[in-house]
Design a protein around this ligand. Sequence first.
Ligand SMILES: N[C@@H](CCC(=O)N[C@@H](CS)C(=O)NCC(=O)O)C(=O)O
Length: 208
Amino acid sequence: MSEYRLHCFAESGNAYKAALMLELTGQDWQPVFVDFFHGQTRGEDWREAVNEQGEVPVLEHAGEKLTQSALILEYLAERTGQYGPRDDAERREIWRWMLFDNHKFTSYYAALRFIFCLKKMGESDITRFLRERARAAYQIVDAHLAKQPFMVGGRLTIADLSLAGYVFMPEDTGLEVTEFTHIEAWKKRIQAVPGWKHPYELMPRAAG
Ligand SMILES: N[C@@H](CCC(=O)N[C@@H](CS)C(=O)NCC(=O)O)C(=O)O
């Protein structure tokens, strides 16, 4: 059995954050497929056995189960000595962006993608609201990346891996992502890191 087991599915950008970190740091890991689209994360048995919060990613390591992508990223940075902060000021800055990501950048975009692209629920006041909120978060990150190549400390850190959870997903949410030129350039810098892989290559998808 691999040292790390990541409960995940390919369409989950939150799981991709952890999967990409495991891959880029060269860990011995394996994905454990979670059938989200058939309700596995909503089942009482899964919640009891895997995560009471009903979410992926879940990282199993050394007999423990870790949840919440930001905590998983920090755990892996500490254990591997890669992509973490160099001092306390950087630690705070990384957490500031991971919290912003969890609250706004990932969450509005992921909700929009889920109902508009994956569930195909059509255009509505809800999609228009989510798209505006996602656009506002994208503008903030784009402005930050206009000043520096990566989010914190001039190099790739777990703050970038957190924010990049959904930016490589192929679906068209109606947000004109290519207009965010600094984010587009940052995506290319991340893709150039040796070992980078697309989420759909790293994690399993449901058959059919
Ligand atoms: N803040 C969490 C968000 C995790 C999350 O929303 N995961 C989604 C998949 S991308 C999920 O499992 N949702 C299950 C549900 O809402 O029922 C993290 O960063 O790990």
